[in-house]
Design a protein around this ligand. Structure first.
Ligand code: NDP
Length: 283
């Protein structure tokens, strides 16, 4: 008898949404396990996030959330948040459990798994994190959990970097010894890993940062990705970074962590990453 069970429904919700690569990623993950599912892009009106989510979950099973709704997703999942979502103050993965919407944030897991994949384990490392927006918030706690020696957050608007530090330390007082914050000109010392979590790369711009000093075997990591190396990656190599990587692996890694939450299995990221690199025209 052919299986006539309707495919479970998943999607990514944002505004805008047409650029999202998530349908391709999740469809390829699903094919690794012969799972039948549908995964769609959902454009929510800027003032209609909660209503669109509500409508989706009448039949749907899981949602990824992207700009500009991650904070609203955090509010919507209310007390049913994972520790990671709680620490991040933002949610990128929603699912239904016992009739209620639950939320997690997988951006940090995606980043940490990608750092491991490219051979730069954060454990014991001095890490400079540039930017204090939603993406930065999502990775602070996972980087601390991964055992970095020091995590220093700097931002153009320095108050936002201090705010993240305060919030994380309030939830985890032990973090205070390893977590510091400042403005863009405050990055004394040298670094094993420098992460660009600003949106400057969207316009091929750079955060205005006096030269950061890189240690030997260091990594410059841009969360942004494009068909060519980003301006940040090129400038970092000029400034002495040993290696530079873009954020495509983080994108696939955070999707893999969402997939595991929804389906209980860990997909293989490598073939999906290779297909995505080809699709966006990277060598
Ligand atoms: P937000 O809009 O929440 O935050 C933007 C940040 O960039 C702020 O800290 C802002 O500083 C800073 N910024 C913007 N322009 C400049 C500039 N010219 N110089 C210095 N700082 C600047 O964005 P997100 O945090 O959501 O996203 C940040 C980046 O991370 C984007 O490129 C996004 O594509 C990428 N990303 C990648 C993911 C992946 O899986 N690879 C996942 C999520 C995000 P200020 O506070 O002063 O305005």
């Amino acid at each position: 008898m052919p299986d006539t069970t309707p495919a479970k429904r998943y999607g990514v919700i944002g505004h805008p949404i047409e650029h999202s690569r998530s349908p391709q990623i999740h469809t390829q993950f699903a094919s690794q396990f012969d799972l039948a599912l549908s995964y769609e892009r959902i454009l929510a009106p800027l003032d209609g996030f909660a209503a669109t989510v509500d409508e989706f979950f009448r039949q749907g099973s899981g949602l990824n959330v992207t700009l500009p709704f991650k904070e609203q997703a955090y509010d919507l999942a209310g007390p049913r948040l994972s520790r990671r979502a709680h620490m991040a103050g933002a949610v990128n993965t929603l699912w239904l459990q016992d009739g209620q919407v639950h939320g997690c944030n997988t951006d940090g897991v995606g980043l940490c798994s990608d750092l491991l994949r490219v051979g730069h384990n954060p454990e014991g490392k001095r890490i400079l994190l540039i930017g204090a927006g939603g993406a930065s918030r999502g990775v602070v706690f996972p980087l601390l959990e991964a055992g970095c020696e020091l995590l220093h957050i700097i931002n153009r608007t320095s108050s936002k970097a201090y705010e993240i530090r305060e919030q994380v330390v309030a939830l985890d007082p032990d973090a205070s010894r390893r977590l510091s914050a400042g403005g863009l000109d405050d990055h004394c010392g040298d670094w094993d890993i420098v992460i660009n979590a600003t949106s400057a790369s969207l316009n091929q711009n750079l955060p205005e940062l006096p030269d950061a000093r890189y240690r030997s075997n260091s990594l410059a990591y841009d969360m942004f990705y494009a068909s060519e190396p980003t301006a940040f990656m090129l400038a970092a190599e000029q400034a002495g970074a040993t290696h530079s990587k873009d954020g495509l692996g983080m994108l696939v890694g955070q999707a893999a962590a969402s997939f595991q939450i929804w389906h209980g299995v860990q997909p293989d990221v490598e073939p999906v990453l290779a297909a995505l690199r080809q699709a966006i025209g990277q060598n």
